[in-house]
Design a binder for this molecule. Structure first.
Ligand SMILES: Cc1cc2nc3c(=O)[nH]c(=O)nc-3n(C[C@H](O)[C@H](O)[C@H](O)COP(=O)(O)O)c2cc1C
Length: 220
């Protein structure tokens, strides 16, 4: 069984989303030591900007495509192959500027360029399990001054659940900026609780997902 882990933080040290994904990965491999983990690190290795070329290639015969169009089409195909070859998914995504990191948008847009993924009525990954692990510096919970400013969660749910058909569990660590920002010092206790809960939930759900995938593999 294969887990695809996608990271997106531009930080490699001190990243909460990466540490949540580490907790999930540890639980996954502890539950099934032979399980394979494939990694796509969009933060450390952003995808090349080939989305426009991949889109422009649609309808152009292969022999007439530019080199960039062929590279874009090949990359979109590789990303879709990677998704289809996995049994479960861990996506670790920080909130940047009230939305998804642009490297995550680029990944999603390239995937949707591939002919296997561009019909919104035909989900690419129906019923497969996924963990969406999110980290954000602040909090946009109901009742907070900027409630509703988190545009990443609704967008990612729309794509992962409604477009790709994944069965998604969302786990959030909020107020991560409290550790560094003196103006948020009062919120450190709440931030630590949020991180602790998120780590425990990431490990717990990862272990459940591996059981579910193994049970499915055994019955098919
Ligand atoms: C470029 C940039 C933009 C950010 N924008 C937001 C934001 O709009 N809202 C927010 O709550 N936190 C924001 N943050 C804080 C991050 O969401 C927070 O540091 C989070 O923990 C990042 O994930 P990581 O710990 O995995 O690196 C931003 C951070 C960076 C670097």
């Amino acid at each position: 069984v294969k887990l695809l882990r996608v990271d997106a933080s531009i930080r490699t040290d001190g990243s909460t989303s990466r540490s949540l994904a580490d907790a999930a990965e540890r639980a996954w491999t502890a539950a099934h030591p032979d399980a394979e983990v494939v990694r796509r690190d969009l933060g450390a290795h952003p995808l090349p900007s080939l989305w426009l070329d991949a889109c422009a290639a649609a309808g152009v015969p292969d022999t007439d495509r530019t080199l960039a169009q062929r590279r874009g089409v090949a990359l979109a195909g590789e990303l879709v192959d990677e998704l289809l070859e996995a049994d479960a998914y861990v996506l670790a995504v920080p909130l940047y500027n009230f939305g998804v990191p642009q490297q995550v948008k680029q990944w999603i847009d390239l995937i949707i360029c591939d002919p296997r993924a561009n019909d919104v009525n035909v989900p690419l990954l129906p019923g497969r399990p996924a963990l969406l692990l999110q980290a954000r510096g602040g909090s946009y919970a109901p009742g907070t001054p900027r409630a509703g400013w988190d545009h990443a969660t609704p967008y990612l749910r729309r794509i992962l659940e409604d477009v790709w058909g994944l069965d998604v569990v969302v786990i959030d660590a909020e107020l991560t900026a409290a550790q560094l920002n003196p103006a948020m010092a009062d919120l450190r206790g709440i931030a630590e609780e949020s991180a602790g809960r998120a780590h425990a939930a990431a490990a717990d759900h990862a272990a459940r997902i591996v059981e579910r995938v193994l049970a499915g593999a055994a019955s098919s």
